[in-house]
Design a protein around this ligand. Structure first.
Ligand SMILES: O=C(O)c1cc(C(=O)O)c2c(n1)C(=O)C(=O)c1cc(C(=O)O)[nH]c1-2
Length: 228
């Protein structure tokens, strides 16, 4: 017999419980970052490796976009690509991440070359892109719901950088500042879609599993950076 569907409230609570327990704000590397314990070399390693994640976000969003069947949905989703790529050269989240790297003493040429990206980071990012490439629209959108927790971690990170890592020019933190409102909007829209789309208990469980897999991606990325 099929298990009964969760009510919308219970489904939402089960989705939120996944990152509550396993989002990367609990990872030892982030805990040390927020406590001000990372060396400049560790901060630079994190920025360089996280750039590999950042530059793949619009790629996975383009894969999701291609699965959306109405102009309304595509109009909503395409904004994410524009947030990262900008509407013209010199704008957008990827450019702001490059400026973060420069503020921390990295060369944008080195970030763009992809050299020095750790194998574990490549595999983690590939797993996320493939989840969005091969999964259903429900699974791909549910995986993005880690962003429910992103605004909080951005605020914590900005505070930590301004207090402990003052060798990085505060202008370099614009990426994090911008993501507070973008993350709130992204996750609000994604949550509405997931609650609406999941039909029946099996689909609800698939959405929770996709979000859980995404937590694994972020965790594995930091494991690789931490252990390098
Ligand atoms: O720095 C972070 O802690 C963090 C986490 C996440 C996330 O939760 O996946 C994203 C971002 N940043 C981010 O900057 C970003 O653009 C982003 C897009 C997505 C997504 O899955 O669609 N997650 C995240």
């Amino acid at each position: 017999m099929n298990a009964e569907s969760w009510t919308p409230a219970e489904f939402e609570a089960r989705l939120r419980a996944v990152p509550e327990a396993r989002y990367h704000h609990r990872h030892p590397f982030n805990v040390r970052m927020h406590a001000g314990e990372l060396s400049p070399e560790e901060i630079r390693r994190w920025i360089l490796n996280r750039f590999h994640y950042q530059r793949h976000i619009p790629i996975k969003d383009a894969l999701i976009l291609a699965k959306l069947e109405t102009p309304e949905l595509r109009r909503m989703w395409i904004r994410r690509i524009q947030d990262h790529d900008g509407r013209r050269a010199g704008e957008g989240g990827i450019e702001r991440w490059l400026r973060l790297g420069e503020a921390a003493g990295l060369d944008r040429k080195d970030l763009l070359s992809g050299e020095g990206v750790l194998p574990g980071v490549r595999f983690a990012v590939e797993a996320y892109v493939n989840l969005c490439r091969l999964g259903t629209p429900l699974e791909a959108v549910a995986a993005s719901l880690t962003e429910l927790f992103a605004p909080d971690i951005m605020r914590t990170r900005i505070e930590a950088f301004e207090r402990h890592y003052t060798w990085i020019d505060s202008e370099g933190l614009q990426y994090f500042r911008g993501r507070i409102s973008q993350g709130r909007q992204d996750s609000g829209e994604a949550l509405e879609l997931v609650l609406e789309w999941a039909r029946g208990r099996a689909e609800q469980e698939r959405a929770v599993a996709a979000l859980s897999r995404k937590c694994d991606v972020l965790w594995a990325l930091l494991d690789a950076v931490d252990q390098a």
